[in-house]
Design a protein around this ligand. Sequence first.
Ligand SMILES: [Zn+2]
Length: 495
Amino acid sequence: MLPDESRILRDRLVPAPAQFHLASGNPLRIQDDCEVSLCTDSDAAESPAETRRLFKTYWGARPKLRPGAPSGAPLEKEAYRLEVKPDGIVLRSGGLAGVRHALSTLRQLAEAERGVEKHAHYLLAPCRIEDAPALPFRGVHLCFFPETEVFEIEKNLRLAAQYKFNHVVLECWGIFPWKSHPDFSWADRRVSRSDLARLVRLAGELGLTLIPQFNLLGHASASRAMAGKHAILDFKPSLQSLFEPDGWSWCLTNGRTRGILTDLVVELHEFFGRPPYFHIGFDEADNLGTCAACRKRESKALVKEHLLYFHGLLASRGAKTILWHDMLVQNDDPRWKGGYTACGLPEQGLSELHRELPKDLILADWQYDYPSKDGAEPSWPTTRFFKEQGFPLLVCPWDNAKGIRSLGELARKEGLFGLLATTWHHQHDEELCRIYHHAAKASWEKEPDWSTSHLVQRLMFAHHQRLTGWDMGVKHYRKTGSAQYQLPQHTWPSR
Ligand SMILES: [Zn+2]
């Protein structure tokens, strides 16, 4: 029996297009003078140059471009239609983003010519494709730890663009080389400004909006709680008054804290090219308001004033504020029982704060797991609650495949703003594959097809990673694949 050709080709595409129809005829050879009819409903000035650049990068070919005639209603910016024929390609898109998505699809579809040792060109099966995203905001949250290397962030940015995400939140964990306050990162772990500037530029070229994150409530140590490190206080104990006595949260009654945080937010927003969003963290602020000055004040009033100040500052710079949702829901509230994320403590009294907040704050509702009860689909009560309160919502799953699928379905059905996949310290190996594969499909595909086998998912992910490695000119073992080393160090045969 002949294999199902359409199935084989569809399995290569992550995320899969809304419509994919194989046509008959010989494959198209992607080579110099390959005919491409290009029609974009906006960004008409930039689209031809971008098409040429991507043909060169992906396939080393110079296409013969000609303007196509528009037919039918204009497409939304990220939507595209493709017809691959034995003698050329017809590409119609809503804008530059649609052009990039279309060529990303073709790159995943193309294969090297057969029957030779070294191929000279790629082949594309004749087909028709129609595609558009399900959610407007599709993002990945990446952590730049002191342990992370620049190339890892670059690979994950390139992979995000290939998987048709349009936003990346980059959280720098004590590695940003501040000009305004140099003491506010690890003296021996700062990443160079030129490396970071290159990542910001690259994200723009890839069509990604790169969103900075800086934690303005808890996580002020810029380190994980369990490691006990503090990016500022471990080397500069003289700065303790800026924090609550345990160092985890900022001291909200200290005017100098406000002044310094203002400088840091402005510097970071400026460095990232003034993007339309800024993520202020705000999660897991345990032991908030415990210093001699703060413990005399009501936490709710302190947090509200602090949040409104930074919301106003960012609005004045043209940016919307994103924050994690968990401090606005209390951990003893029966409505969120059953494994849903709620970190507000009863003594903090923040559970009604949401009523006094502006409704253009974007709440990022993070959930680690798939809290199913008796086999039923999770109800995701915090997400539904904040939607009813009128906030734009980002669902933020982690590395649980069922959780990603379920939250994606909720976002699509409820018409939420989007999905922000979180990776935390799982930016490698099988976990990275699981997160990117599922989150791309859950946020892009209107009716995701989850039938691709686990084995094929892994192989495709490895191939897609290799494409990014070729784009980066990777020449070192450590920089290939999805992990620096394929064996955990304790299993190495020799040391
Ligand atoms: Zn304080």
